[in-house]
Each structure stands twice: as C-alpha cells, then as structure tokens.
Design a protein around this ligand. Structure first.
Ligand SMILES: Cc1cc2nc3c(=O)[nH]c(=O)nc-3n(C[C@H](O)[C@H](O)[C@H](O)COP(=O)(O)OP(=O)(O)OC[C@H]3O[C@@H](n4cnc5c(N)ncnc54)[C@H](O)[C@@H]3O)c2cc1C
Length: 226
C-alpha cells in the first residue's frame, strides 16, 4: 500500500462494532454487515480491521443509505493479511470500523459506472440509494460467478447492465474484457460523467480509452482499490 495512504489510514479513529451478518456470496467473496451508527453518502468507504496490530484496510460501503445496516464486499487475498482473517469472523465478533468518508460520490446525473471485480461495491450502494436512473453499469470479471449482486443489479438496470466476462463464455455476457467492450463502442456520450472503480491498471486503461474517445478528463471520477 502507498505510504501516504497507509499513514492516513493509521490515523483513522476506529470503533468496535459487532458483526451482525457474514455471507459468502461466491467462494472466497464475502459480504459483512455491521450495525449502522453513521449516515454516509453512497460511494464512501470505511476503514476496517480486527486487531490494533493490523492497520485498517479501506472498503467501499455496498449497502444503501436507506438500509439500517452497513455492508462491505471483499474478496480474500490468499497472501493478504486482513482478508483471510475477515473471512474467518463469526457473527458477534467485534470488528473495528471507522466513520464513512471519501469523495467518490454518486449523484442524480446521467453516468456510466465502470467496475472490475469487487469495484462494483460503491455502485450497489448508489443503486440502493436511489441513484440508478440514467445509469449504465459495465462490470468486468473473469468468471460467471464474478458478477456479485447480479440478480439485484439486473432487476434494477435491465439492459443497462453489461457484464464483460473474460474467461467464460455465456450468452448473457459480453465475452471479453470490459476494456474491449469499451473500445468497440463507436459513439459514447460526452456530456455525462464516468465513474471508474477497481485496480489501478484497470482505471488507467479505461481512463485512456475514454479520453481517446473524446471524454473530457473532468468527467472521469476514479476510485483505485490497491
Ligand atoms: C479506497 C479503497 C477502497 C477499497 N474498497 C474495497 C472493497 O470494497 N472491497 C475489496 O475487496 N477491497 C477494497 N479495497 C482493497 C482493500 O483495502 C485491501 O487492500 C484488500 O482487501 C486486501 O487486504 P489484505 O489485508 O487481505 O491484503 P494485504 O496484506 O494488504 O495485501 C494485498 C495484496 O498486496 C500484496 N502486497 C502486500 N504488501 C505488498 C508489498 N509490500 N509489495 C507488493 N505487494 C504487496 C499482497 O501479496 C496481496 O496480494 C479498497 C482499497 C481502497 C484504497
């Protein structure tokens, strides 16, 4: 993790909250639910850890502002420090959680939401907070089970929900990487915002594609996960 970010995170005040639900939604991918004690804006993140000795990691809230709990989505990094521990938690275990913060915020304006992997989390928060109209979600994943929350997202967004699957063929998906899907679009709207969420590699590649297609840089909002 970048030193500047880790030093910021190490100063975040954390409060213990009991875990009220843990669901493994697909192998190695979990949704954790906590009691809600703060308001937040859809798109914001919280810092989470289980132990004073382990610096908090950041997670986008994936629950909506009308939900009376907070939820985060994460995938286990086998060689990571915190996520293997989070995956072993039991309901009732205390977890240290910060106040929500961050500036990757959804609004009512038309936009494309672009995500890879767990980067779909903030868009689920935005959708559950009533910001789904005028939005298109383009989600990239390797396998068919990478499209977390797909039933919910599909029910709300219909044909404005594009799943780009790079390693499994299925007629419900675009077969290929989301960057290829974007490159193949001849005309993309210029007068709207683009939200990008996921790995640094994906964000940089998508940003370049959008700029090459004539999107102004001011229209591109990014949240980089690692
Ligand atoms: C703003 C923001 C929001 C985020 N939101 C989410 C989210 O909603 N869901 C989600 O799943 N994740 C999210 N993340 C990522 C998350 O914060 C953690 O980085 C992730 O869960 C891994 O944590 P870990 O402790 O298991 O792994 P870590 O121990 O932090 O390691 C992560 C990976 O980096 C590698 N690594 C560790 N140290 C080094 C090093 N010194 N050099 C090279 N490689 C190294 C490890 O091998 C591992 O593969 C977000 C990150 C940011 C910055």
């Amino acid at each position: 993790m970048d030193k500047g970010l880790s030093s910021f995170i190490s100063r975040l005040p954390l409060k213990p909250k009991p875990l009220i639900n843990k669901q493994e939604i697909t192998p190695g991918v979990f949704v954790l639910r906590f009691e809600r004690s703060h308001d937040f804006l859809p798109g914001q993140v919280v810092g989470i850890t289980t132990d004073k000795a382990i610096p908090a990691r950041l997670y986008s809230l994936c629950s909506g502002t009308e939900d009376n709990y907070l939820e985060v989505l994460f995938n286990v990094k086998e060689d990571g420090i915190l996520t293997p521990i989070l995956a072993q938690l039991n309901v009732g275990d205390p977890v240290s959680v910060s106040k929500p913060f961050g500036a990757f915020l959804g609004d009512d304006e038309p936009a494309w939401w672009i995500a890879a992997g767990t980067g779909v989390a903030p868009y689920r928060a935005m959708l559950r907070s009533g910001l789904g109209s005028n939005k298109m979600l383009i989600h990239g994943g390797r396998t068919a089970d990478s499209f977390y929350f797909s039933e919910e997202l599909s029910a709300s967004l219909g044909d404005k929900y594009i799943r780009c699957c790079s390693q499994e063929k299925n007629e419900a998906f675009y077969n290929g990487r989301l960057t290829n899907w974007l490159r193949e679009q001849n005309e993309i709207p210029k007068n709207q915002n683009y939200y990008l969420c996921g790995s640094a590699e994906m964000v940089v590649e998508v940003r370049d594609i959008l700029i090459n297609k004539g999107v102004a840089i001011e229209r591109i909002m990014s949240e980089i996960y690692f």
